[in-house]
Design a protein. Structure first.
Length: 155
């Protein structure tokens, strides 16, 4: 029963992450720019108080960081899901989670191409997959720490 709850939880979190990613991709260019400019307005004074980084460059990095972070969250959730499904074969779960992230990243960029006046980017797919790989690695680390804690409690 506990495994079924984990599967449900990580499936739900993965679907919510995909929904969030796709909803951002369906934003028009203007809406997307407004969102990233709002973040730049809040973060730039903290990160660059001397105003040495041009606003356009900073905005570019905010956008790419958003790609990375949303896919890191997705990778974390996908690794949790594949681990819950194939618990005894964790090493086989890694390629499955990465493949799912690659397919979602490719679909995300294709969605931008067809749905709104924004262009897809191969670089964005690479950034997305890198973020997913980092999220996946973080989940693996959490699973390892959890296993070590359980093993120490049993002693």
């Amino acid at each position: 029963m506990k495994q079924n709850r984990r599967i449900f939880l990580f499936a739900l979190l993965s679907l919510l992450a995909v929904g969030f990613i796709f909803s951002n991709s369906l934003d028009t260019r203007d809406t997307s720019n407004q969102k990233s400019n709002a973040i730049v307005d809040e973060v730039k004074p903290i990160v660059d108080p001397q105003d040495t980084i041009p606003r356009g460059t900073f905005n570019h990095y905010v956008r790419k960081s958003a790609h990375f972070l949303e896919f890191a969250a997705l990778g974390f959730c996908l690794m949790g899901l594949t681990d819950a499904i194939g618990r005894r074969r964790r090493i086989r779960c890694v390629p499955m989670a990465l493949l799912a992230a690659l397919l979602i990243a490719s679909t995300d960029e294709t969605l931008q191409f067809f749905a709104v006046e924004r262009g897809p980017g191969v670089k964005d797919v690479l950034i997305d997959c890198s973020g997913a790989a980092c999220g996946l690695a973080l989940m693996l680390l959490c699973l390892r720490i959890g296993k070590n804690i359980r093993n120490n409690q049993m002693r």
